[in-house]
Design a protein around this ligand. Structure first.
Ligand SMILES: N[C@@H](CCC(=O)N[C@@H](CS)C(=O)NCC(=O)O)C(=O)O
Length: 215
C-alpha cells in the first residue's frame, strides 16, 4: 500500500493521483501532518513538499520523480511508451507543464484575493500563460493524447492545472485563452475514469479555495 501525502487543492497532487489511478495501484491519501513545510511533516518527508509518497519505506518527493518511480515499479499500463525518442518527448511535455505552463498561474495565487490583486502582474502572467498554451498546442500530437494514441506521463499534470487556470482566469474577469484542439484533448482526458476522479476532487477544492478568498 502506498501512502500519498497530499491535499485536495494541489494540482501537483492531482498529477500523481492520475498515475496511481491509471495503474490501479492501492493507495491511501494522508494530509501532511502539521501541514506541508512543517517540521512535523519534514520528519516523515524531508523535502517538506506535497505530493510525496511512502512506498514500503521508500519516501519520495517531487511529482515527476514520483511518477517515473511508479512507472518503473508498476509498469502496466505503460505511461512512457514507444521508442526512446517517443519516451523523451513524453517526458519533455511533462517538463513543459512543470517549468513553463504552470508557473505563471502559481505566480498569481495571491491575486485570487481581490485585496492582493496587482493588475500589472495579472496582465504579465496571464499573457505568458496564453502564449505558452498556444505553444503547447503547436507542439502536441493530439492523437488524441498529447504525445500519442494513449495516456502518457505527458498528459497527467494538465487536467487539474488547466481547470485551475480556467477558474483563475474567470475570477480575474478574463476569457480563458483556449483553442478547439486543446478543448478536444481536455474532453478526452476528462472522460478517462483515472482522470475524472482526481480532477473532480481538485476542482471542488479549487472552487472552494477561490470562493473563500472573495470578500
Ligand atoms: N515541484 C513540486 C511542486 C509541488 C508544490 O509546489 N507543492 C507545494 C504545494 S502545492 C508545496 O508543497 N509547497 C511547500 C513548500 O514549498 O515548502 C512537485 O512537482 O512536486
Amino acid at each position: 500500500m502506498i501512502t500519498l501525502y497530499a491535499n485536495q487543492v494541489s494540482n501537483y497532487c492531482a498529477k500523481v493521483r492520475v498515475v496511481l489511478e491509471a495503474k490501479t495501484i492501492a493507495y491511501c491519501v494522508v494530509p501532511p501532518p502539521g501541514g506541508y513545510g512543517s517540521a512535523e511533516y519534514k520528519l516523515l518527508v524531508p523535502m517538506g513538499t506535497i505530493p510525496a509518497i511512502d512506498h514500503d519505506g521508500v519516501v519520495l518527493s517531487e511529482s515527476e520523480a514520483i511518477n517515473e518511480y511508479l512507472e518503473e515499479v508498476f509498469p502496466e499500463p505503460r505511461l512512457l511508451y514507444g521508442s526512446a525518442a517517443q519516451r523523451a518527448e513524453q517526458r519533455s511535455f511533462a517538463r513543459f507543464h512543470d517549468l513553463l505552463l504552470e508557473p505563471p498561474m502559481r505566480a498569481l495565487f495571491a491575486d485570487v484575493d481581490p485585496r492582493h490583486r496587482d493588475a500589472e502582474r495579472i496582465a504579465a502572467q496571464t499573457g505568458l500563460f496564453a502564449e505558452r498554451l498556444l505553444r503547447l498546442e503547436s507542439l502536441g500530437r493530439f492523437q488524441p493524447f498529447l504525445a500519442g494514441a494513449s495516456l502518457s506521463l505527458a498528459d497527467v499534470a494538465y487536467p487539474a492545472t488547466l481547470r485551475l487556470a480556467e477558474l483563475m482566469f474567470s475570477t480575474f474577469g478574463l476569457v480563458f485563452p483556449t483553442t478547439p484542439k486543446i478543448e478536444r484533448w481536455r474532453a478526452v482526458l476528462a472522460d478517462l475514469p483515472a482522470v475524472a476522479g482526481p480532477l473532480a476532487i481538485a476542482e471542488a477544492a479549487t472552487r472552494s479555495w477561490i470562493a473563500g478568498k472573495q470578500p
